[in-house]
Design a protein around this ligand. Structure first.
Ligand code: PMP
Length: 365
């Protein structure tokens, strides 16, 4: 009855974590993939106003023109116009449309491992073959590793900077070097930049700045804490955007109307005060763990991905859960099970309590 297509997707890892979580009472929850602050007030007010003013109908499939213009202006280095922009139902919507438009049966998709779970499964769903490039222990692709993963069937290279689940963020030079390899082989880069607002040192570097055959996906979910509002965008060459819009027309139709109006205002909103808080949280968690764990200091996003003492992230996460601390085993995001993911989008108190438990567990093997 059920198609092979959906059967190829295995959600058991993450489901197991959620099942465990639902049985925990008031856990110290360091597993959450969204900011701990609420949507900034002016953005909320704008959404309410939009609802009251009657913006409750479909918008054009491509999204509201002023929002597309505003997004295009951010990609002035591409001379982007609204024709290069599609407003999507979150970055998830943009990811599904990108895979549907770009990946064909048998195409290979290079995915850096660890990875955000959707890449692997959308790739399989659309008939592609994920080719994982192991990026342990520093969690960054190198041009050499990308070059050696390329075959005649390679269609796409997925990049995600800053990254979920590691917090790794590429420098300008690293992006230049990797995109030169993609260019040499004429491979499209699918760049998920949803965490671009959370960068703690230096600047976020858009991949498209160095390679015009990039499909950039970004949005509002994380930067403005509006994960439930479902607005994101894709920026790419016009021919790709047109195809994505065609599929959007027959699937999502459009991103939520009121949320697009609010997103337009959000584009001018400054979240630097939250960024300072998140940098302090990053420092607290990294500083708290580095004595007892092998761990990289994340430069972006709000995740950190330490190695589990003993090298079994599943066993370690179970021990943490037994102490009422919820973390996610690395296997959910990787072909390896040696690490675990912590989200520091949590209160300072929970971070402090979580760090204390993790250190106790590390010392009492
Ligand atoms: N990409 C990455 C790397 C993510 O972590 C997430 C959310 N967890 C998404 C995409 C999906 O974002 P959205 O809520 O905008 O669909």
């Amino acid at each position: 009855m059920i198609t092979k297509r959906t059967k190829s997707i295995d959600a058991s890892g993450i489901r197991k974590v959620f099942n465990l979580a639902s049985r925990m009472k008031n856990p110290i929850n360091l597993s959450i993939g969204q900011p701990d602050f609420d949507v900034p007030e002016p953005i909320k007010r704008k959404a309410i106003e939009a609802l009251e003013e009657g913006f409750n109908k479909y918008t054009p499939t491509e999204g509201l023109v002023p929002l597309r213009e505003k997004v295009a202006a951010r990609y002035d280095f591409l001379q982007a116009s609204p024709d290069n922009v599609l407003i999507t139902s979150g970055v998830s919507g943009g990811l599904l449309l990108s895979f549907l438009v770009l990946v064909e049966e048998g195409d290979e998709v290079i995915i850096p491992d660890p990875y955000f779970v959707m890449y692997k499964h959308l790739c399989k769903l659309t008939g592609g073959e994920p080719v994982f490039v192991d990026t342990y222990p520093h969690f960054k692709l190198t041009p050499e590793a990308v070059a050696s993963a390329i075959t005649e069937r390679t269609k796409l290279l997925v990049m995600n900077s800053p990254a979920n689940p590691t917090g790794a963020a590429y420098t300008e030079d690293e992006i230049k070097a990797i995109t030169r390899v993609a260019e040499r082989h004429d491979i499209i880069v699918l760049s998920d930049e949803i965490y671009e607002g959370f960068i703690y040192e230096g600047e976020h570097v858009p991949v498209a700045r160095h390679y015009d055959r990039t499909v950039t996906l970004s949005g509002f979910s994380k930067t403005f804490a509006m994960t439930g509002w479902r607005v994101g965008y894709a920026v790419a060459e016009k021919s790709i955007i047109e195809e994505m819009a065609k599929v959007q027309q027959y699937t999502f139709v459009c991103a939520p109307s009121f949320a697009q109006h609010a997103a337009l205002l959000a584009m001018d909103h400054d979240i630097s005060q939250h960024l300072d808080r998140y940098r302090r949280k990053r420092d607290a968690i990294y500083g708290g763990l580095k004595g007892n764990f092998t761990v990289e200091r994340p430069r972006g996003a709000f995740y950190i991905f330490p190695r589990a003492p003993g090298g079994d992230g599943n066993a370690f996460a179970e021990r943490a859960i037994a102490r009422n601390l919820l973390i996610i085993p690395g296997e959910v995001f990787s072909e390896r099970k040696s690490h675990f993911r912590i989200s520091f989008a949590a209160s300072d108190e929970d971070i402090e309590r979580g760090v204390a438990i993790l250190n106790e567990l590390a010392k009492s093997k």
